[in-house]
Design a protein around this ligand. Sequence first.
Ligand code: THU
Length: 138
Amino acid sequence: MITDLQIQELCKAAIDIRENCYAPYSHFCVGAALLTASGKIYTGVNVENAAYGPSNCAERTAVFKAVSEGERTFTAIAIAGGPEDGKLDYCPPCGVCRQVLAEFCAADFEIILPSSSGETKRFTLAELLPESFGPDNL
Ligand code: THU
């Protein structure tokens, strides 16, 4: 069970790393902070590309960083997004990121969305990707 302090830390890490986003095309900056079962945090940002298609979302950057370091078990992710010079708005993960999360995360994995209003929305992966296709289907 994730604590309030962990949620605060995760949101702060997502908001802070957002500064490193590379979004010269959309000017929409996203930071993500992924919590492992052992308590470690991996961050990521969106990295866009002039050819558009190869762009990567912040959530996938964080997952791929963590997985490439040997991590396999995750508890929660905080996602902070919004226009580069504007306020943070709720930034729910795109469909591709939901599917990537489903590869590694259980149904009760938490997705935490801070916003500039100070209110934070929380969902489980099962809520955002019901009836998903995953490793267990093969
Ligand atoms: N983006 C993310 O990084 N995560 C999301 O959850 C939604 C969208 C990025 C992709 C693109 O670089 C920019 O935000 C606008 O879609």
